[in-house]
Write a protein that binds this ligand. Structure first.
Ligand code: CS2
Ligand code: MG
Length: 402
């Protein structure tokens, strides 16, 4: 089952996506998401110029061997560009193998460990009241887990505040938007928001919050402690995680569960966090952390340490990544939750898929392989549209993590 063709499709149906397509001599094709928000063309070039030429003639069934060949063979290891490229190849090969066996991918990964995959949606608002209204909408749609973010007085363009739609898109055309950050009003505001949410919705719905890397460890510890009465499902990215040991401070002070890892690329980025049991959920994705093969290794390490998975599922990960995540989630034993941000209708039309949402949970469907495809003709109608993620500055002008 030799690979005879490979191509990279860059399109922008509502936002930018990079998709790898591999074709075999048997006429089967597989796809993988290679989207790296704000740096898309670097991965597209890495694939077209450096990876696809090496794949032609290789046996599509040798998934692990191809992964190792691309990882070790590049000499220059890790990083989001390399790992997104390897992840796309890995997903495309799993897709092909599923199709060759006429089985949905999860059946090749050990079968279903559960009936469906619990997902969380995003409730965003310009104020506490708006966020409560948005959360009520998610409850009405059947969601059992909701991430809540809100604008904060004194913080310009707070992270996660949408524009009145079900999807949230922080990347914008032109130069990066500059946001303003102030820790003090944020730390005072968030516990009040969750006090209100618990008052409105009780404890029957899971609540989550994303700090988006903005606090120091001791500030994060304070936030975690002040949120304890509201029993969050998780507090996400409380502090930047390049320094994994920094999470010891947070762990010493609070029992609020911690989730980290959407920006991680390999198992080494979370090794200490997992082995020292400093986190509760690992958020690595099939896109940026080397595909389904590598994610399974991270999950296996996590399982030894009571850490569950909670894969990133923002709208800058395409439906191809969403499908891959759902097969992984359904099969892996230590699954925790899956993020599910809805794509625009344009995106859904370009990437027809078998996965579906019902009663606050999702299922990847029974189509062979990933169960998602790309309509190339339609994709060609949405050319690449450069956009950048925002940057963040403190009130005195100092650059801060966004
Ligand atoms: C976020 C992301 O979904 C999340 O938890 O942190 O929306 C993140 O901001 C984007 O993926 C950045 O491209
Ligand atoms: Mg996040």
């Amino acid at each position: 089952m030799r690979i005879v063709e490979g191509k990279v499709i860059v399109c922008s149906p509502g936002r930018n996506f990079v998709t790898l397509k591999l074709v075999t001599e048997d006429g089967l094709h597989g796809i993988g998401d290679a989207t790296l928000n704000g740096r898309e063309l670097a991965v597209a070039s890495y694939l077209s110029d450096h990876v696809i030429p090496l794949l032609i003639g290789r046996d599509a069934r040798r998934i692990e061997d191809t992964w190792q060949y691309l990882y070790k063979g590049a000499y220059w290891r890790r990083g989001p560009v390399t790992m997104a490229a390897i992840g796309a190849v890995d997903s495309a090969l799993w897709d092909i193998c599923g199709k060759a066996r006429n089985a949905p991918l999860y059946q090749l990964l050990g079968g279903a460990s559960r009936d469906s995959v619990l997902v969380y949606g995003h409730a965003n608002g310009e104020s506490e009241d708006d966020t409560v209204k948005a959360a009520a909408k998610y409850v009405d749609m059947g969601y059992r887990a909701i991430r809540a973010q809100s604008a904060v007085a004194g913080v310009t363009h707070a992270y996660g505040v949408g524009r009145g739609t079900l999807y949230y898109e922080p990347a914008e055309k032109g130069r990066p938007l500059e946001c303003g950050w102030s820790t003090e009003p944020y730390l005072d505001f968030v516990p009040k928001l969750f006090e209100r949410l618990r008052k409105e919705f009780g404890f029957g719905v899971h609540l989550l919050h994303d700090v988006h890397h903005r606090l120091t460890p001791i500030e994060a510890a304070r936030l975690g402690k002040s949120l304890e009465p509201y029993r969050l499902f998780w507090l996400e990215d409380p502090t930047p995680a390049e320094n994994q040991a920094a999470f010891r401070t947070i762990r010493h002070h609070t029992v609020t569960p911690i989730a980290v890892g959407e920006v991680f690329n390999t198992i080494y980025d979370c090794q200490l966090l997992i082995e020292e049991e400093l986190i509760d959920y690992i958020r690595t994705t099939v896109v940026h952390a080397g595909g389904i093969s590598h994610l399974r290794k991270i999950a296996a390490l996590a399982e030894l340490h009571h850490v569950r998975t909670g894969a990133h599922g923002a709208t800058d990960l395409s439906p191809v990544a969403m499908a891959g995540a759902l097969h992984f989630d359904l099969s892996v034993h230590n699954f925790g939750i899956q993020e599910y941000m809805r794509h625009t209708d344009e995106t859904d039309r370009v990437f027809p898929h078998a996965y579906a949402f019902a009663d606050g949970a999702m299922h990847p469907g029974e189509a062979p392989g990933l169960g998602v495809d790309i309509d190339e003709e339609l994709a060609a109608k949405y050319p690449y549209d450069p956009a950048y993620l925002p940057v963040n500055r403190k009130t005195d002008g100092t650059v801060h993590s966004w």
